[in-house]
Design a protein around this ligand. Structure first.
Ligand code: GLN
Length: 221
C-alpha cells in the first residue's frame, strides 16, 4: 500500500510496546490545516498505521481513513474553504472511516453555531461550542469506557479524557450510538464509520482509542 508523499511516516517506527502489526498497514491521514495534528500522527504510528498530514486535496488519495483533529473549528472551517479541501474532504468522509476529536466533532455535526461555513452534517448531532468548562477551559477526567488494549485484550474500565474548550452535544439523532458519557452527557459517539469524541485522546499516553479505531473501523478494508 502506498501512503505516498514526503510527509509519510514509516509504519515501522513504533515504540517497543507489544502492539501487533496490522495487515495490511492502514494509511491514515490527519487533517493538518490547524490544531493538534502531531500528537495524532504520533499515536497512529504507535498503533501501527502509516500516516500522512493532509493539507490539500491530492493528499487524500489512497488513504484508508482520516482523523479530524481538535483545534479551532472557526479557523479550520475558513482554511477548508481556502485550501480547496472542503468538498473533496466531504466526499472522502462520506465514504471512509473518520475519527474526529473536539473541533473535528464540531465540523462533522449537523448544527454548530458561529462557523463561517456550515459543518459537514455527516454526523447526526448538534453541538454547542466551548460549552464544557466555560469557567475552567480545560480539565481532565476519568470516564467509563472500557476499551480493549491495542493487543485486543481487555483494558482498564476507565479512560483519561482531556477536555479543552470542548463542545457539548445538545441533540443526538436516532442512528447515533453513545459510547461514553461524562456527567451523564455524551462525549464519545459513533454513527457507522464515524467516531467522534469531545475530548483529546491523542494528548494522553493511552493509545486505546486510536488502536480500537483502526481495529474496529478499518477491519473490512
Ligand atoms: N473550542 C474549539 C472550537 O470551538 C474546539 C476546542 C478543541 O478542539 N479543543 O473550535
Amino acid at each position: 500500500m502506498d501512503a505516498g508523499e514526503s510527509s509519510r511516516r514509516p509504519a515501522g517506527r513504533r515504540d517497543a510496546a507489544p502492539h501487533p502489526r496490522l495487515h495490511p498497514v492502514p494509511a491514515v491521514g490527519v487533517l493538518a490545516l490547524q490544531g493538534a495534528v502531531e500528537p495524532h500522527l504520533r499515536m497512529l504510528e504507535r498503533v501501527g498505521a502509516a500516516t500522512r498530514a493532509v493539507r490539500g486535496p491530492a493528499e487524500l488519495a489512497g488513504l484508508d481513513a482520516l482523523v479530524l483533529p481538535g483545534g479551532e473549528s472557526t479557523t479550520m472551517s475558513h482554511l477548508l474553504a481556502s485550501s480547496g479541501l472542503r468538498e473533496p474532504l466531504g466526499e472522502f468522509m462520506a465514504a471512509r472511516p473518520v475519527l474526529a476529536t473536539c473541533a473535528g466533532m464540531i465540523l462533522l455535526a449537523q448544527r454548530a453555531e458561529a462557523l463561517p461555513f456550515p459543518p459537514y452534517g455527516l454526523l447526526d448531532i448538534d453541538v454547542a461550542r466551548n460549552a464544557w468548562g466555560r469557567q475552567i477551559f480545560s480539565f481532565q477526567e476519568e470516564i467509563d469506557w472500557p476499551l480493549p488494549r491495542p493487543t485486543g485484550e481487555p483494558g482498564p474500565a476507565q479512560l483519561k479524557a482531556i477536555f479543552i474548550r470542548a463542545p457539548r452535544v445538545t441533540r443526538i439523532g436516532p442512528d447515533v450510538e453513545v459510547l461514553a458519557r461524562f456527567q451523564g452527557e455524551p462525549v464519545a459517539l459513533r454513527q457507522g464509520r464515524l467516531l467522534a469524541l469531545s475530548f483529546h485522546p491523542e494528548l494522553t499516553a493511552d493509545p486505546r482509542v486510536h488502536a480500537w479505531f483502526l481495529r474496529e473501523f478499518l477491519a473490512d478494508r
